[in-house]
Design a protein around this ligand. Structure first.
Ligand SMILES: Cc1cc2nc3c(=O)[nH]c(=O)nc-3n(C[C@H](O)[C@H](O)[C@H](O)COP(=O)(O)OP(=O)(O)OC[C@H]3O[C@@H](n4cnc5c(N)ncnc54)[C@H](O)[C@@H]3O)c2cc1C
Length: 208
């Protein structure tokens, strides 16, 4: 997908045992593979149907996420989950416009949210350090072409959340944030200063 960034597809043996909502993450481990036996949190890209196909997008940031690039096809993987609150917050505010902000790999759960709610008004702010590290951009643009209520803001380098908050006009919105610590702090500070109730903000920190 991008340098050091790969998509992995798994076939679940018992799809019904894993309940995944849009934006959830799972803990993935390979019980029989030395070095990969410890579970790591990874966001699910696709809607997991009864067919049991589960897709992850993984950037090789460290030992586990690099070694997984060498795992042969057919090796047994184990999952626990799904975890996360994005879908719950969306259900708590059924009429709200969604403002999504994703930094780097933090965009991955938000991509699943966008795909799951094609009829909602959504603004998506997606930034990565370099343009090469932006993933699924073509898919997003295709989705936006079919859904005029989906507004994409995709860029290399940081957004300025204070300016973005000043430009938002609707009152009834919820903020779903996902990315590394400094990213989350910036966005949350700006959202708080704009007077948004904390119950309308959910941040999933992507640190491990
Ligand atoms: C809820 C959640 C969902 C996530 N979803 C995704 C996802 O969908 N896709 C994805 O790619 N990631 C995702 N992540 C991040 C992913 O879990 C971590 O990148 C992964 O667990 C790191 O494990 P690792 O063993 O590969 O890295 P580690 O080896 O533990 O390294 C972790 C960090 O330390 C740094 N590091 C490692 N070795 C060194 C060193 N020698 N010197 C200096 N720094 C070093 C690495 O750069 C890395 O940033 C998610 C995290 C969370 C919390």
């Amino acid at each position: 997908m991008a340098p050091n960034f790969y998509e992995f597809t798994f076939q679940l043996r018992q799809a019904r045992r894993l309940v995944i909502q849009a934006g959830d993450y799972v803990f993935l481990r390979f019980p029989n593979t030395p070095g990969l036996r410890e579970g790591h949190p990874l966001s699910v890209v696709n809607p997991v149907t009864t067919e049991g196909r589960l897709v992850l997008a993984i950037r090789g940031d460290g030992d586990f996420t690099r070694q997984i690039q060498q795992v042969p096809i057919g090796v047994t993987a184990a999952f626990a989950g799904g975890y996360g609150h994005f879908s719950q917050v969306i259900k708590d505010y059924p009429q709200a416009r969604l403002v999504l902000a994703g930094g780097g790999t933090g965009a991955i759960p938000l991509l699943a949210v966008i795909a799951a709610y094609p009829d909602k008004a959504i603004a998506f702010y997606y930034a990565a350090h370099t343009s090469q590290q932006l993933i699924y951009v073509d898919e997003l643009r295709r989705l936006a072409a079919d859904h005029p209520q989906l507004n994409l803001h995709i860029q290399e380098g940081r957004f300025e959340p204070e300016k973005i908050m000043a430009s938002l006009t609707t009152e009834n919105q919820i903020f779903l944030l996902s990315g590394p610590g400094p990213f989350g702090r910036n966005w949350r500070r700006a959202i708080q200063r704009a007077g948004v109730a904390s119950s309308r903000v959910y941040y999933e920190e992507f640190s491990w």
